[in-house]
Each structure stands twice: as structure tokens, then as C-alpha cells.
Design a protein around this ligand. Structure first.
Ligand SMILES: O=c1ccn([C@@H]2O[C@H](COP(=O)(O)OP(=O)(O)O[C@H]3O[C@H](CO)[C@@H](O)[C@H](O)[C@H]3O)[C@@H](O)[C@H]2O)c(=O)[nH]1
Ligand SMILES: [Mn+2]
Length: 747
């Protein structure tokens, strides 16, 4: 199935072949085209429904083409960390960034586990520094990190001594202890118990801190947090652990807490703003040539991941091949059969590896190693002028230009110049003096008039800042690499189904569409810069989510519309064209099923994902589309609503059950469902009355399919509490459905 094409060195690129999939890809494409031709040929014999169906099917064909193109040349990289230099001094420094925004929605204990797992990776500790951004400006987060750093002093040596694989303590202690090899000794037992007690103490301290949060005594080290308002406060930077202070015996990375300045009158740009502050602050302090960033819930699951990433970053002769290295976003404790379709396992396998075979995976916001100079806007060395138009950064910048691009901190400009030249740390100074300069670059006025967020750093202007940032990097001609080691690199929390996951999908659809319609869209980047054409198609396959909601919705309503108005959009049962439809349906089902079964997932998981794709498209993506329209009309701006992260999902045995709230986001789905039910009732009555020639049967079957897809909603109509659709939503949807029926009947 696979063959190696590059000499075995630090990594090996393996071309994957899926001949059966390709056969299905082509078959389905031809069936889609035949369908469109058939529609066009008989256009004049039919009415509105036919034209609408043609438009929708054209959209689906387009989506099929971009998806197939994205998946066509999958590759995979095998990495060989044991071939890296054994001399620790040869490994480059890495700055590690963790963003957190809210100690309630993102429980501190999770952030702490992520940080501890980073401090404990298999990489020379003196090459690492961990920066934690706290957009919540919370003494609890700071306190938790201080306590975590104390625990790390015993935890990290323990992990390294016994080569523990799971280095996020909450995961390690939640699974059963397996006693093998060196872990079978009495000494180990004793140390294990000590660690367990230590972690329990840490967890309970954090729990207490959260519970008494109202009555904090903000004195001493915590005095800076007194009278702080979350959205209105000066910068707080605290060096929790300075490597230079510590004795050699406890080799632990630097740990630095950063809460950037916030003022109500200044936009703070959510995560992108936080990342840019971390970039600058770390630039002043450690200025590592590589930077890893993770979301606060994404702990290290593979302690060797830094070495794997280095194989990719250092392993090719041409730097341009590895502008950044992205690991797939994976989740722990995923629910069985992926009931909410948010584990993305199949997507990583086929779309992720497919993109890896073109210009590389897109940047996914977490689990990504960047080159600092790439984030600073540099182009690959030998690139033509075309891509340079996207960035003002080039060799021989005058001082004035540097000020305009990077802002007014002399210290930062000096460090940026070093980073751009690929040099390592500027002359190491003591941390406390640097922290002073760091306050300046973390201020909320620092970026005004500079290129931050536009040409350098994390990009502003989209709720999916990650995709936009990665796109701009690839547009400058960089490629990226996909890092998929075993065990998986990082693991995080998948949101529960229902309102939380809908909000996340809506934010993504909004952010993606914002990119598509902006000047920085992949189409522009392909025409005017260095984004490859097929990479542009990869981006189009998901930047169009918001737009896709419209044909999805129309197509789902079509069968109901036809039954209600006694028209049709499908060929009659005795017409040969019906076979195109049946073949299309069957081959799509078989093909997607193969993908799931091959990945080791169940038929149930396949169905859940199919169903959730429809639910997301018609509800969340539609609202994403609407919020972009509101933004374009300047009625309201898109905001980044943080996804709540739960350490342990509720244990009432109903974790896989869909939940609802009174949000408008559930109105479209409920309306579609009510329409189908109405149509089904009318359809069955009609069939009994008239002598039937098979017309209307297809439409009725389609309505049944839609009802099946919306099964969680159907159950929600009759359930109570959070599992039930609120009456207000039912009422709104029923009114909409009624209006629809009346208008359709009259037309
Ligand atoms: O004002 C903010 C808002 C969010 N965050 C952090 O951003 C990260 C991602 O937020 P989350 O609510 O978990 O969003 P998700 O939708 O789960 O995240 C995915 O999608 C985002 C873009 O929409 C990317 O930024 C993320 O990396 C990617 O994992 C978290 O660490 C947050 O703490 C901030 O630092 N400041
Ligand atoms: Mn998240």
C-alpha cells in the first residue's frame, strides 16, 4: 500500500496509496456530472424545484471536486528521533506557549496539567521555556501555576527516572498502575505513592483556591492582582521559575506567567492577540528559534514529541519544506462511536494526510511548532518577489522600517533581528531586567501603527486566527509538515454535543468565511502569491462551510416542499435517471463506510458523523454565515466565545445524548424537522387517496432520510430538561414552518 521515496534520514516521506478510494472518487464524480447533465437537459420541462435542485447539486459537485483533490495524494512522515544528535547541546531551544482565558470555563487544574506535561518532555530542560498567557487575569491561575511548579520539581525527575509515558499527572493517576521493568521495585512503589500524594495535594489546593475565590487575601506575591478587573488591568508578568536560580540537580524549564494589559477602549484580539504578546515577551526573554503552542487543555501525550518535531524541522536540506510542523488535534476519553462527530479521526487520516501531500497541513491553532522567523514574516530564501509582497520583512531593513514593523521597543527590535538571521539567544541577561522591557511589549497600545496581526505574527480579522495565520505563511511559499507519531502527540477535551459544540462550529464557520471573503483569501493568495493551486482547493474545502449551509438547507427542505406542493425534484420511479440517484447514494454510503471501517471505527460512528455533518451544516454553519453578514453590514462583530472544557464528563450515562438550550441556533434544525413531519403526513395521505404512479415516493424517502439525520431533534421534541428542545424554540420553528407551508401552497 505504501512506498518510501526519500532516503531514510531524520524522517522519511511515505506516499500512501488508496486505489479503491480513488475508484470511488472518480465514480462519484461522474455520477454527479451525469446528474447535472440530466438536470440541464430536462430543465425546460420542470419548475422551480428542479432549478433549485440543480443549483444545490452544482454546489455539492464543487465540494466533491475540492475534497477529492485534497485527498488525492496522501503522504505520511515517519520520524527517527534516535538519529538526532545525542549531544543535547546540538538541539535548538524551543519556547512553549500555553493560552488560557477563563479559570472557570477552562478549569485551572487542566491548564496546570498541560503545563506540567510540557515541563516534563524528553528534551534538554535548559533549552525550554514555558510561557502561560492568562486572558482571565486570575490570581487562581497564577497560584495554580506556582503550586504546579513546586510539584513539577519532584514529578519531572520521577517521570524521567522511570520513563513514564503519560506525563500529565491527572491522566497518569487516572489509569491503573502497570508494574513492569524498573517500575516493579519497592523504591518505585514508594516514589509512586509520594507522587500520588503530591498530586492530590496540588489538586486539592487548586480546588480550595477556586472555592474561596471570593475571599482571596491578595497580599505578598499576589498583591498585584488586587482590584484587578478582567477587562481593564495593566500587564502582569511573573517569572515563576527561573532556570538560572535553580541548582543543576533540578533541571526544569523556565516558567513565566503573562497576563497582557487590557483596556476597554482597546481591542484585544482574543487568542491571536495573546499569541502575539507571548511571541514578543518570549522574544525578549529567551528568543528561541522554534515555538510550540498549545491550547490550555492540550497536554503532551507523547513525551518524545519535541524530538519527533525536530526530525521534521531539521531533517530537510531546504528549510522552506518545513515552515511549521503541525500535529493533528486529538482528544482523550472520546465518547464511544463519536456521537457528536467532533473527534475528526477520519478527517485527519484522509484530509490531513492529503493536504500533507500538497503544500502541507493547515495550522490548527494547537500542537504546532513554528519557526520564529516565519512568524516574524520572513520568506523562504530563494522565493521570488511575488510572495514578498505579502510581507515587509526582508534582509537589510532600515531601523526606521524595523520600528514601523515591530513596534517601538529597542530591545525587541534587536531580538527580532537576531531571530530573523536565525541566530539563537541574544546575550543571556538576567530575567528580572528583561521582564521590565517585556511589560512594554505586552501593553495594549504597543501594536498601533505596526505590522503585528497584519503582516507579522498571528493574524487578526478572523475568529479562526489559526487558519488565517497558516494560510499567510503558506502564501509566502513555505510548506508545512504533518507530525503523526505513535502514541499521539497531544490530547485535549472535545466539547460535549449540543449548545457548546454548536457555538464552536459556528465560530469556526464564521472565522473561515471571514477569511474567504477577505483580501487574504486563498484565491487571492494563489493568484498573487505563492499558495499552490491545489492547496487553495484544500482551503476552499472548509472555508466554504458557512456558504455550504445554504444549499444543505435548501436541499433538505426540497423534498418537503415538493410533497407539500405536489411537485417533484426527483426522477419518477420508472425513469432510468433514478438509477443515477441510486448509484450515487449507494456509492457514497459504501465509500464513506470504507473510510470509517478502515480507520478502525464502527458503523455507528460513521452514521453519527454523517448525521452531525448535516446538523452542523444547517444550524451552526448557517449562523456562522449570518454572523459574517452582520459583520459585513457592520451590525455586529464576531466574538471568540471560549469553549468550556470539562475535566470529567457527566456520569449520568447519557453523555452521548444531544442537549439543547433556548438559543436560536436550534431553530433551523427544528423547523426543517417539523417541515418533514408535515410533509410525511401530507404525503402518506396523498398516496392513499390517489392512484399512484410512483411520483412523490422518492421525495417521501428523502424526507425520511432527513428525519433520520435529525433524530436527536425528534427525540428533543418530546424530552424534558436539557435534553428537550425548549418550547420557545418549538414555537418559533412551528411558526416558521407554518409560514413556509402557507407560502409554498400559494405559490
Ligand atoms: O480571548 C481569548 C480566547 C481564547 N483564548 C485561548 O484560545 C484557545 C482556544 O480556545 P477554545 O475555546 O478552546 O477554542 P476551540 O474552538 O476549542 O479551539 C480551536 O479553534 C480555535 C480557533 O477558532 C483555535 O484558536 C484553537 O487553537 C483550536 O484548538 C484556548 O487555549 C483559550 O484559552 C485566549 O487565549 N484568549
Ligand atoms: Mn479547545
Amino acid at each position: 500500500m505504501a512506498k518510501a521515496i526519500s532516503p531514510p534520514n531524520l524522517f522519511q516521506k511515505v506516499v500512501l496509496k488508496y486505489p479503491i478510494h480513488r475508484a470511488f472518487d472518480i465514480t462519484i464524480f461522474f455520477l454527479l456530472v451525469s446528474l447535472l447533465v440530466y438536470r440541464l437537459l430536462y430543465l425546460s420541462n420542470h419548475g422551480f424545484a428542479w432549478v433549485l435542485a440543480l443549483l444545490c447539486e452544482s454546489c455539492f459537485t464543487f465540494i466533491w471536486v475540492v475534497t477529492v483533490s485534497s485527498k488525492w495524494n496522501p503522504v505520511e512522515y515517519k520520524t527517527y528521533p534516535e538519529r538526532l544528535s545525542q549531544n543535547a547541546q546540538d538541539l535548538p531551544p524551543v519556547d512553549m506557549f500555553v493560552t488560557s482565558a477563563d479559570p472557570v470555563l477552562e478549569p485551572s487544574i487542566l491548564t496546570v496539567n498541560t503545563v506540567i506535561s510540557l515541563l516534563a518532555v524528553d528534551y534538554p530542560a535548559d533549552k525550554l521555556a514555558c510561557y502561560v498567557s492568562d486572558d482571565g487575569c486570575s490570581p487562581i491561575t497564577y497560584y495554580s501555576l506556582v503550586e504546579a511548579s513546586k510539584f513539577a520539581k519532584i514529578w519531572v525527575p520521577f517521570c524521567k527516572k522511570y520513563n513514564i509515558q503519560t506525563r500529565a499527572p491527572f491522566r497518569y493517576f487516572s489509569s491503573e498502575l502497570i508494574l513492569t521493568g524498573s517500575c516493579n521495585s519497592l523504591e518505585f512503589q514508594q516514589e509512586y505513592n509520594k507522587m500520588k500524594d503530591g498530586y492530590e495535594e496540588l489538586a486539592s489546593k487548586i480546588k480550595d483556591a477556586v472555592e474561596k475565590s471570593m475571599e482571596w487575601d491578595l497580599i505578598g506575591d499576589f498583591a498585584v492582582f488586587s482590584n484587578m478587573e478582567r477587562k481593564n488591568h495593566p500587564t502582569i508578568i511573573k517569572v515563576i521559575r527561573d532556570q538560572n536560580d535553580a541548582g543543576l540537580s533540578e533541571a526544569l524549564p523556565h516558567l513565566i506567567y503573562v497576563s497582557r494589559e487590557k483596556r476597554p477602549e482597546h481591542p484585544h484580539r482574543y487568542k491571536a492577540g495573546a499569541m502575539n504578546v507571548l511571541t514578543r515577551v518570549s522574544g525578549l526573554i529567551t528568543n528561541a528559534p522554534f515555538m510550540l503552542n498549545v491550547d490550555c487543555d492540550m497536554f503532551v501525550n507523547n513525551p518524545q514529541i519535541f524530538l519527533h518535531a525536530m526530525c521534521l524541522l531539521l531533517g530537510s536540506n531546504d528549510e522552506r519544506e518545513s515552515g511549521f510542523v503541525q500535529c493533528p488535534q486529538c482528544f482523550y476519553d472520546g465518547l464511544k462511536d463519536d456521537p457528536f462527530g467532533n473527534q475528526f479521526v477520519v478527517e485527519h487520516k484522509y484530509m490531513g494526510k492529503g493536504a500533507a501531500g500538497i503544500q502541507g497541513p493547515f495550522y490548527g491553532g494547537t500542537g504546532c511548532f513554528h519557526r520564529r522567523k516565519v512568524i516574524y514574516g520572513s520568506c523562504p530564501d530563494d522565493i521570488g518577489n511575488q510572495a514578498k509582497r505579502l510581507t515587509p520583512v526582508h534582509g537589510g531593513l532600515s531601523y526606521k522600517e524595523q520600528l514601523r514593523i515591530f513596534g517601538g521597543s529597542k530591545e525587541f527590535i534587536r531580538s527580532a533581528a537576531h531571530a530573523l538571521q536565525g541566530k539563537e539567544n541574544i546575550s543571556p541577561q538576567n530575567l528580572p531586567t528583561l521582564v521590565e522591557a517585556a511589560h512594554q511589549v505586552a501593553g495594549c497600545g504597543y501594536e498601533y501603527g505596526t505590522s503585528w496581526g497584519i503582516e507579522v505574527g498571528w493574524q487578526y480579522g478572523s475568529a479562526t486566527e489559526d487558519i488565517l495565520t497558516g494560510l499567510m505563511i503558506q502564501a509566502r511559499g513555505w510548506r508545512s509538515l504533518f507530525c503523526t507519531p505513535d502514541p499521539r502527540a497531544f490530547l485535549g477535551c472535545a466539547p460535549p454535543g449540543g449548545p457548546i459544540s454548536m457555538t464552536q462550529q459556528k465560530r469556526w464557520a464564521t472565522g473561515l468565511l471571514e477569511i474567504l471573503i477577505s483580501r487574504r483569501s486563498p484565491i487571492v493568495a494563489t493568484v498573487t502569491a505563492r499558495l499552490q493551486f491545489r492547496q487553495c482547493l484544500v482551503y476552499l474545502s472548509f472555508l466554504t462551510w458557512g456558504l455550504r449551509s445554504i444549499p444543505e438547507l435548501c436541499y433538505a427542505v426540497l423534498p418537503a416542499y415538493c410533497t407539500i406542493t405536489d411537485s417533484s425534484f426527483l426522477p419518477k420511479v420508472h425513469e432510468p435517471a433514478i438509477y443515477i440517484y441510486m448509484a450515487l447514494f449507494l456509492s457514497y454510503v459504501i465509500y464513506t463506510l470504507i473510510e470509517y471501517l478502515e480507520t478502525g471505527l464502527s458503523i455507528r460512528a460513521w452514521w453519527n458523523n454523517q448525521r452531525m455533518a448535516r446538523i452542523n451544516a444547517m444550524n451552526a454553519w448557517l449562523f456562522g454565515f449570518i454572523s459574517v453578514i452582520l459583520k459585513v453590514l457592520r451590525i455586529s462583530d464576531a466574538v471568540f466565545e471560549v469553549t468550556p472544557k470539562d475535566q470529567s464528563s457527566s456520569n449520568d450515562g447519557d453523555e452521548g445524548r444531544f442537549t439543547f438550550d433556548a438559543s436560536l441556533i436550534f431553530v433551523p434544525g427544528t423547523t426543517v424537522l417539523l417541515l418533514q413531519l408535515t410533509a410525511l403526513i401530507m404525503g402518506f395521505r396523498g398516496m392513499q387517496l390517489s392512484v399512484n404512479d410512483g411520483s412523490g415516493l422518492g421525495e417521501i424517502l428523502c424526507s425520511l432520510m432527513v428525519v433520520l439525520c435529525f433524530w436527536p431533534f425528534l427525540k428533543g421534541l418530546f424530552a424534558k430538561g436539557k435534553y428537550g428542545i425548549p418550547l420557545s424554540t418549538i414555537f418559533k420553528s412551528a411558526s416558521l414552518a407554518l409560514c413556509f407551508v402557507l407560502v409554498a401552497k400559494r405559490a
